[in-house]
Design a protein around this ligand. Structure first.
Ligand code: C2E
Ligand code: CA
Ligand code: CA
Length: 725
């Protein structure tokens, strides 16, 4: 899996909740700032207006006193106004007084400046002395500005102490708060203090309080709405999550959940020290189980498997149903041995689910090795390199190597991955390779061991890839077979071999039948014979120059279909051979039933020790058997001269092996044909008397232009002659 895909999965919808929460918080903060700002602006406006009024009255009194020549008279006059005031000299002595001096609390006097906030025409400072009673309501801040604590006023007004100086006129719905205003008179030698009645109307307070409350209520409503929205989103997300992470068969967790959980566990670990293993568990032959019982029974089995797996999970371990009969799990493990023991223990329980039937499991294991740096220290977690899909895929790759049906555990190793990648490469590049004719035909000649003459040839494929190099068939044919691409390859080979044969024939070469391998996977197609005929016809090649090789194992498939195709091929005029005879389970029965022309003894007969008496008996008897069945015999994989002699002695018709020639490109094979021609001419010159009889025999084997029926007849004669020898 690519890095881009990694760690990109977010918890389902969680980011949306955070966005809503953040939005709620921002709205609340903004709304509160707005309410506080508005209320305080309103309060300060009110306070300033009231203080200005009071100040103007006090300065009028102070001016009266200052401008009068008779201080006492002026004071008496002011007293008539029934205002509380006193005049103090600069030493703090009270010169005149009317009413009680309540200014200040203890020794010092609290002096505050009220700044001109736009209500005075000139910039002025009013000195305000806070009355004992006023304290607590008028709060000077660091800059000396006064703010009114309306909350306190309101609370106070509703529950005024009896002995307080504050008069609460409920009718007038106002609260009076005395403050002292100071005005310098007589060139600053005296200060005129006037007690001002600072009245705060309850309606003002109510207005501000109502406004604040309404604002708060609005914010509250918005918050409630948002919370409700959030809760409903959370509920629907929970539902979604349940659907998303729920497995409908096992009613447990599914693959999506597994990915989310395992990723979270792996990210959480502090270092990469802990070793984890991702495993894939498959209930072998689940489909068979369903067919024998029912799908519902099969699903019940899956539920039980899921349950047992879950019961076996420890801290930081998770399991889920992947799909079909596959389960995934992530286990914590110290080492492979411990892990194997643990899995075996779990498998033991799983096998006991159904005591009446023999059930088995295949387990693939991929260990997430702890990563160390150059100094051998464990590397800290790195979220980027977590890829659950890849880990599980590796576990599946390991599991897919298990062939037997019994319960087995397979561990992943890097070579498996390479193999898997190669399979993908082959399949991805196959069409392009066919199109670009990257597949080339190699020819391995077959020789008559009695006179070393060219008697046949086998066409073998090679992939000459500009990208991946020169590839032997073993590296791609089985892949193409497994992935259903073999018919194209077989068709490609038949076409190319027929084209080459026709060309060489036209050029006057001594052509011998070329055998082409047709995969057993292709042989089940009922129009195969016609497909081959059409391909050969298209190239204009005579049928007897093409031989079809079938591997021995193919004869275990549908016998009737096989027999039908062989008959059709023979009717058309192609020779048909059984390849790799003796390599698998003996198919003597097939020999009995199938009208085959050629028997190819597998190379395995000739790869053992040289002194293999029993082997020699088997080979000689196989040759005898084939001869009696009127089949031409070919020995494959012959590498030693003694083997050639032995085979010649026992009547083997042809030898295909490195002792004579390795598979070679077409242009090299042309030289082999030329050489044969030359030696044939030589023989014809020197043995003119015997030539007539023997030449006809060789001609048939070497595939001169003759009718297919005649070819079959003469071949049969030839085999009879050999058997007589
Ligand atoms: P096969 O049909 O049994 O081909 C014989 C194989 O034995 C060839 O391997 C050949 O090179 C090898 N061989 C021949 N003589 C000797 C010898 O003396 N010593 C040793 N060690 N090996 C010898 P090659 O070409 O690698 O082909 C392998 C297999 O790939 C073939 O086995 C055949 O099953 C398959 N194959 C090759 N070409 C095709 C094709 O065009 N179509 C299909 N379907 N399969 C093909
Ligand atoms: Ca073959
Ligand atoms: Ca073979």
């Amino acid at each position: 899996m690519s890095k881009n895909k990694k760690s990109k999965r977010k918890r389902l919808g969680s980011h949306r909740i955070w966005i809503t929460l953040l939005f709620c918080l921002i709205v609340t903060i903004i709304a509160n700032i707005f309410i506080v700002f508005f209320a305080s602006s309103f309060a300060s406006y009110m306070m300033n207006t009231k203080i200005v009024d009071q100040y103007e009255a006090a300065s009028y009194m102070a001016k009266l006193y200052e401008n009068s020549d008779d201080e006492e008279g002026a004071v008496e006059l002011l007293k008539e106004d029934d205002k509380t005031f006193f005049i103090m000299d600069k030493h703090g002595n009270i010169l005149y007084q009317n009413g009680e001096n309540t200014m200040g609390t203890t020794s010092g006097k609290m002096e505050i400046s009220v700044f001109n906030n736009g209500f005075f025409t000139k910039e002025e400072t009013i000195r305000v002395y806070v009355d004992k009673v006023t304290e607590g309501f008028l709060e000077p801040n660091e800059d000396g500005e006064i703010s009114i604590d309306f909350g306190k006023i309101l609370a106070f007004a509703q529950n005024v102490p009896k002995d307080s100086n504050i008069k609460v006129d409920i009718k007038r719905t106002s609260v009076e708060m005395p403050i002292w205003l100071a005005i310098e008179v007589k060139n600053g030698t005296q200060i005129f203090y006037s007690k001002a009645a600072f009245t705060v109307s309850l309606s003002d307070i109510t207005f501000i309080a109502t406004f604040a409350l309404a604002g708060a209520a609005l914010v509250f409503c918005v918050l409630i709405l948002m919370l409700a929205n959030m809760i409903s989103t959370l509920i629907s997300q929970r539902k979604m999550r349940k659907i998303f992470y729920h497995d409908h068969v096992t009613r447990g967790h599914n693959w999506m959940w597994f990915m989310k959980e395992t990723e979270a566990i792996l990210k959480k670990r502090k270092t990469r020290q802990i070793r984890f293993a991702v495993i894939d568990i498959v209930f072998v032959k689940y489909r068979n189980y369903c067919s024998c019982h029912s799908i519902a029974d099969g699903e019940q089995m899956l539920i039980k498997i899921d349950k047992i797996l879950k019961q076996n999970m420890r801290f930081n371990e998770v399991t889920a149903h992947y799909g079909s009969a596959n389960f995934c799990a992530m286990l914590v493990c110290k080492d492979d041995a411990e892990l194997k023991q643990r899995i075996e223990f779990i498998m033991d329980q799983l096998q006991k689910i159904d005591n009446e039937h023999r059930i088995s499991y295949h387990v693939g294991v991929y260990a997430i090795e702890p990563i160390k740096d150059k100094n051998g220290k464990f590397i800290k977690k790195n979220e980027e390199d977590i890829d659950i899909e890849e880990y599980y895929n590796n576990a599946c790759t390991a599991r897919s190597t298990i062939i037997e049906d019994d319960t087995e555990i397979a561990f992943f190793d890097e070579n498996l991955l390479k193999e898997q990648k190669w399979i993908d490469t082959v399949m991805d590049n196959f069409d392009k390779a066919i199109e670009n004719e990257e597949f080339v035909v190699y020819y391995q000649p077959k020789f008559n061991p009695k006179n070393d003459e060219l008697s046949g040839v086998e066409a073998l494929i090679r992939w000459d890839s500009p990208e991946f190099g020169f590839k032997a068939p073993g590296s791609f044919i089985p892949i193409l077979e497994q992935n259903g691409a073999i018919p194209e390859i077989d068709h490609y080979m038949i076409t190319h071999v027929a084209r080459d044969q026709k060309k060489w024939l036209d050029e006057g070469y001594h052509c011998v039948p070329a055998s082409v391998n047709v995969s057993r996977a292709h042989f089940i197609e009922n129009d195969l014979a016609m497909q081959i005929k059409e391909a050969v016809d298209k190239e204009g090649c005579p049928y007897h120059l093409i031989e079809i090789e079938l591997t021995e194992s193919a004869f275990f498939d549908d016998k009737n279909a096989m027999l039908d195709t062989i008959k059709k091929l023979k009717e058309i005029g192609f020779m048909v051979s059984m390849d790799d005879f003796g390599s698998g389970y003996s198919s003597l029965n097939s020999l009995k039933d199938m009208p085959l022309d050629v028997l190819k003894l597998d190379a395995g007969f000739f790869s053992g020790s040289e002194d293999d008496e029993r082997g020699e008996i088997v080979v000689s008897e196989a040759l005898r058997l084939a001869r009696n069945l009127k089949m031409i015999t070919v020995a494959e994989g012959v590498e030693h001269r003694e083997q050639v002699d032995f085979l010649a002695k026992h009547g083997c018709d042809m030898i295909q092996g490195y002792i004579y020639a390795k598979p070679m490109p077409g242009d090299e094979y042309v030289h082999v044909m030329k050489k044969t021609e030359a030696s044939l001419e030589e023989t014809a010159d020197s043995e003119t008397n015997e030539a007539a009889g023997e030449a006809s025999q060789k001609e048939t084997l070497n595939g001169e232009v003759i009718s297919s029926e005649a070819s079959e007849e003469i071949i049969n004669e030839d085999t009879q002659n050999q058997s007589a020898e």
